[in-house]
Design a protein around this ligand. Structure first.
Ligand code: PEP
Ligand code: MG
Length: 326
């Protein structure tokens, strides 16, 4: 019952045979920091920074962004906060950005592409994140990377921002925050071996990775029945990404909806994902299921799942990873 889930808060997300998983919260609004802490989140795995830019005609300047982020970082009291740079464009239009409609918003000028086409946007945002990092551990996350060159371009801008802040005598966190890449485009997943050596962590965005892999608009009801994160193509891309990260020695998290479903979260853990970020409300149920699992059984089940190429059978095998209480 609910009281049991409440008591779970202070227990670790750990399988019966001792495999530890970090459970983090996805947040957008400052008010969600409190529920993240209440749920026992070990940090914020995804701070969607778009909220700051929505429904306004003037862009937030560095000072406003810094104050906004500083409040959330301080609110997490020493637990890491992963700030994703602006992920707008296409469907997520922001008046202040003066974006034009495009025929194919999901494939257009959005996310990191938009930030690199308007580098002053990225400079301001990076400066604000770096400054907020003085008040607690932050990580910088880049949305919708699809090429190594984009990452290199961000690194160049990042270096310039750091140099400029140092010149201004602004205090910066030491060491500088880790810089991570979202893996949410199939091309990024298949380039994970190259990307992994150039960044500090991966965050797999299964919402977009599923959308782009299967060519299913994630918000279109008429094709919702085809949207399936357990499709073998999606699982193989996740597996390839995790293996590339392991070879390069960087951590991988998943921050799509998949991570917040206890059964699908178990599949991710079996694939080697060690950090899951989700709506705070889902943390207790995901944790409860992880604590009922044994990694040996999960690994065996994943081996069976990855050996077949048949979505309905994969779904049936995954059912065994949801352990109902007796
Ligand atoms: C994702 O694509 O899985 C993700 C976490 O990002 P968003 O849902 O904000 O696109
Ligand atoms: Mg996404």
């Amino acid at each position: 019952g609910r009281r049991n889930l409440g008591r779970l808060r202070d227990l670790p997300a750990e399988t019966r045979d001792g495999a530890r998983v970090r459970l983090m919260a996805n947040v957008e609004l400052p008010a969600e920091v409190e529920s993240a802490r209440q749920s026992g989140a070990e940090g914020i795995g995804l701070l969607r920074s778009e909220f700051m830019f929505m429904n306004r005609t003037v862009l937030p300047d560095e000072e406003e962004q810094y104050h906004f982020l500083r409040g959330m970082v301080a609110g997490m009291a020493g637990r890491p906060v992963t700030v994703r740079t602006l992920d707008v464009g296409g469907d997520k239009l922001s008046d202040a950005l003066g974006l034009r409609d495009c025929a194919n918003p999901a494939l257009g000028l959005r996310a990191i592409r938009l930030s690199l086409s308007r580098p002053e946007l990225l400079e301001i945002q990076l400066a604000a994140i770096l400054r907020a990092g003085v008040h607690g551990p932050v990580r910088i996350l880049l949305p919708m990377i699809s090429t190594v060159e984009e990452l290199d371009a961000v690194r160049e801008i990042h270096a310039k921002v750091v140099a400029r802040l140092r010149q201004r005598g602004v205090p910066l966190p030491e060491p500088l925050p880790p810089l991570g890449v979202m893996i949410e485009v199939p091309g990024a997943a298949l380039s994970a071996d190259a990307l992994a050596w150039r960044c500090d962590f991966f965050a797999i965005g299964t919402n977009d990775l599923t959308q782009y892999t299967l060519a299913i608009d994630r918000s279109d009801e008429s094709v919702a029945h085809l949207y399936n994160p357990l499709h073998p193509a999606v699982l193989r891309l996740i597996q390839f990404t995790v293996e590339a990260a392991e070879r390069a020695g960087i951590p991988v998290s998943v921050c799509g909806e998949m991570a917040g479903d206890p059964r699908l979260a178990a599949v991710l853990v079996g694939l080697g994902v060690t950090e899951l970020s989700m709506s705070a409300a889902n943390i207790p149920r995901v944790k409860q299921n992880i604590r009922r699992l044994s990694m040996i059984d999960v690994a065996r089940q994943i081996q069976a799942i990855m050996a077949i190429n048949d979505a309905p059978r994969i779904a049936a095998l995954a059912d065994a990873l949801l352990i109902e209480s007796d």
